[in-house]
Ligand binder design. Structure first.
Ligand code: B1M
Length: 210
């Protein structure tokens, strides 16, 4: 079995204690960190999600697989992010109200940081008022980044945008993303940009402030 397959199996089985070590071994073997992330982790979470949908596994198994993936990402982080050494300004990021998913949001935060932004991560289940508070405390913010993983929390993304604009806060660009979010939805809710993954979110953030 290849190291990629070993990591994928360990993530899927939620083997939190061994994932970090396997990722270190894969890196020592010279495997590309992006390949490890995409093939043994992101792809595996899609499999986990499909199993959940078919009721082959339940929330606890999904949660433990997510925790195992986080352990692997911790090891990969220094190899993925690098040191930007420049400051493009502040980016406030959060997963919108009602939504507890943070793996994708954390990857987006990591990539945006590595592009050269100072990232203020508000975490998960962030209310419109919390976004407003953070934007008021950081008037020099250049990018507001919103993540949503549930179709049921996409409206919270819309409410967040309406709320910040309603509060007269317009000095930044808004980007959105997450599995159910589309370019069409981003246009509908008045976001300045949408991207399907973490790497393109970072490129988009940089492009929007150029
Ligand atoms: Co949840 N969950 N979950 N879950 N979960 C999904 C999203 C689901 C698709 C599973 C399924 O049914 N197939 C489904 C949503 C269905 C829908 O709405 N259409 C679902 C459900 C139903 C639920 C619960 C309701 C289950 C329940 O309780 N009955 C519940 C909701 C809790 C809540 O939030 N209120 C729930 C709970 C959980 C756990 C807590 C157990 C756990 C999350 C743990 C955590 O995040 N700390 C979990 C997990 C792990 C998943 C799956 C399996 C994996 C998500 C993940 O981390 N993927 C997921 C299935 C799936 O996605 N296929 C599922 C890996 C990650 C790297 O990808 O987050 O998509 P992703 O991020 C990508 C892109 O989307 C994009 O870039 C990232 C990296 O490239 N991106 C952005 C993300 N944010 C972006 C922002 C941007 C740009 C790009 O700009 C700002």
């Amino acid at each position: 079995m290849s190291k990629i397959q070993e990591i994928a199996q360990a993530v899927q089985a939620g083997k939190i204690k061994i994932v970090g070590g396997l990722v270190e071994e894969a890196l020592a073997e010279g495997l590309d960190p992006v390949q490890i992330l995409n093939e043994s982790m992101i792809g595996t979470m899609a499999i986990v999600g499909n199993k959940f949908q078919r009721s082959e596994i339940f929330v606890p198994e999904m949660l433990i697989a997510a925790k195992a993936m986080k352990k692997g990402v911790e090891v990969l982080k220094p190899r993925l992010a690098g040191e930007a050494g420049i400051s493009l300004g502040k980016c406030i990021i959060g997963t919108v109200a009602g939504d507890m998913h943070d793996i994708g949001k954390n990857l987006v935060a990591m990539m945006i940081e590595s592009t050269g932004f100072e990232v203020i991560d508000l975490g998960v289940d962030v209310s419109p008022d919390q976004f407003i508070g953070a934007l008021q405390s950081n008037p020099d913010t250049k990018i507001l980044a919103l993540s949503a993983l549930l179709t049921t929390t996409m409206p919270a993304m819309k409410r967040s945008i309406e709320a910040v604009k309603g509060a007269g806060l317009m000095h930044f660009k808004i980007i959105v993303g997450g599995a159910p979010v589309t370019q069409e939805y981003a246009n509908q809710i008045g976001a300045d940009g949408y991207s399907p993954d973490a790497a393109s979110a970072a490129a988009l953030a940089k492009q929007l402030i150029a």
